[in-house]
Write a protein that binds this ligand. Sequence first.
Ligand SMILES: Nc1ncnc2c1ncn2[C@@H]1O[C@H](COP(=O)(O)OP(=O)(O)OP(=O)(O)O)[C@@H](O)[C@H]1O
Ligand SMILES: [Mg+2]
Length: 133
Amino acid sequence: MSNKLIDIIDITKSYDENVILDKLNLYIRENEFLTLLGPSGCGKTTLLRILGGFETPDSGNIIFDGKNINSLPPNRRQLNTVFQKYALFSHMSIAENIAFGLRIKGKSKGYIRDKIHYALKLVNLEGYGGSFS
Ligand SMILES: Nc1ncnc2c1ncn2[C@@H]1O[C@H](COP(=O)(O)OP(=O)(O)OP(=O)(O)O)[C@@H](O)[C@H]1O
Ligand SMILES: [Mg+2]
């Protein structure tokens, strides 16, 4: 079994008087698929925002690949978030939406084409990407 890729240690987060996350401990191994399931307001998004660097925990540590990333800003974390809402650019094709982040990273057109193909195939939407140039 592979090592811990993300290690969430004793994370606490409160908003005003409300304790949302209370010394949460959780680790995720490489290639592991994990779902957070819980009632609305239990803190799922708060935890994801802390992982992404969009929110700061009151205490605790986030370890990524063995390194403490508590003070790393979102753009320097090797983590991505697909938000619940407003996830797509409506003026772009599906293929262009998939390509967006890869273009910003300066990937080649061939690489991006392969990734578009891979992503659409993964979700059984091959042929629905629309235009991409
Ligand atoms: N910026 C904020 N300021 C104050 N309270 C907040 C803030 N963000 C979240 N909360 C509160 O923290 C609690 C947890 O919210 P969170 O969005 O993490 O829940 P969730 O588990 O993602 O819920 P859902 O299933 O509805 O998406 C809620 O009570 C919410 O009102
Ligand atoms: Mg949520």
